[in-house]
Design a protein around this ligand. Structure first.
Ligand SMILES: Cc1ncc(COP(=O)(O)O)c(C=O)c1O
Length: 344
């Protein structure tokens, strides 16, 4: 019963095959190979527009490098207080941006609102040399709580950011999960809604390690290639990263895998909500379930061998917030087994 993270799952066999398929032959590296060319063409097709795509190893690098071209070092990037860039990247955004400040904003269900950003902006008045200047806005789709922004919400936030001279970044570590949940096109969820640059993650949804920075706003690209190289993220054997994306997109594998993990989380939610003692902390919209339960129930789950994160942190608290993540590899049996334990 492994519900700690979607990163616990291995790589999808189709992606392993796609990597093997690009193994033969001798090619130039450093994104100068035909596999990368094909991968970049596929991104353009999927997003129905011109894109600039750069491969990186991790979601953290993707976010931090993307932010580095959006904001000056004296800029502030507005993000939710629970955003991965704010709490889980060991200062990588500050490091790559050479000192940008992250302005952490509260918001229900892990989401930013224009009102929240507006209030935070008052601390960063434009033209006041003593204050950091509005540098950019970053939203996570899906959020760290597994919730999603609607297309209208993304539009409103990006318009608001633009009206204050800021570009919009989307952390899409779980992009596919959000996309299938919304049921819109990749273009609708991104550039048509005003997103300038996207951290596109595939690792959590069946790849080995495949992340990409995708620019829709070509004016932002500038010196990005140098930043990617200087940051140590220009792969010599880039075809193996690109090959993963070819396998990921082929026959809509990425959408199928994301649907699978979302559906399982939905099943888990439905099962838990039939039982006394469990309360949802936020709506279940993708592949993560956040539920509160008593310490006694947490202990029972742990003793039964269930693996999951206690999100609230404080083990002394009577009611605990628990995160349960389903992956493409989670089985129906694992969900049934956990529900059995939950029933007691
Ligand atoms: C929302 C979000 N963004 C970014 C990342 C970063 O990914 P990585 O661990 O590959 O740096 C994660 C990883 O958990 C995440 O959940």
């Amino acid at each position: 019963m492994f519900f700690i993270s979607d990163t616990m799952a291995g790589a999808a066999p189709e992606i392993l095959k796609a990597v093997e398929a690009v193994n033969d032959g001798l090619f130039l590296g450093y994104e100068g190979d035909p596999v990368c060319e094909e991968m970049k063409a596929q991104f353009a097709k999927i997003f129905e527009t011109e894109v600039s795509v750069f491969l990186v190893a991790t979601g953290t690098a993707s976010n931090a490098l993307a932010l580095s071209v959006m904001t000056p070092p004296y800029g502030a990037v507005f993000a939710h207080e629970g955003a991965h860039i704010n709490v889980d990247e060991c200062g990588a955004p500050e490091f790559y941006t050479q000192g940008t400040k992250l302005a952490a904003i509260k918001g229900a269900n892990g989401k930013l609102t224009c009102e929240g950003v507006r209030a935070a902006l008052t601390n960063f008045p434009k033209g006041v040399v003593h204050r950091m200047q509005p540098g950019g806005l970053s939203l996570s789709q899906a959020t760290e709580l597994g919730t999603i922004y609607t297309v209208d919400e993304i539009n409103a936030l990006s318009e608001f950011a633009q009206s204050h001279g800021m570009a919009t970044h989307m952390d899409g570590a779980r992009f596919a999960n959000a996309l299938v949940a919304l049921g819109c096109s990749p273009a609708e969820m991104t550039w048509r809604a005003g997103v300038d640059v996207l951290s596109f993650g595939a690792t959590k949804n069946g790849a080995l390690m495949a992340e990409a920075v995708v620019f829709f706003n070509q004016d932002l690209v500038g010196d990005f290639a140098y930043r990617q190289k200087r940051g140590g993220h220009l792969f010599s054997k880039s075809r193996f990263s690109a090959g993963q994306f070819l396998g990921y997109f082929k026959d809509d594998l990425w959408l199928k895998l994301a649907r699978r993990s979302n559906d399982l989380a939905g099943r888990l939610e439905a099962g838990l909500m039939e039982l006394p003692g469990y309360e949802l902390a936020c709506p279940v919209q993708t592949n993560q379930v956040f539920v509160t339960m008593s310490r006694e129930l947490v202990l029972r789950w742990q003793e039964a061998g269930a693996q999951f994160y206690i999100w609230s942190g404080d083990p002394a608290q009577e009611r605990q917030l628990v995160r349960l993540v389903c992956s493409w590899k989670t089985t129906d049996e694992q969900v049934d087994q956990l529900l059995e334990v939950a029933r007691g």
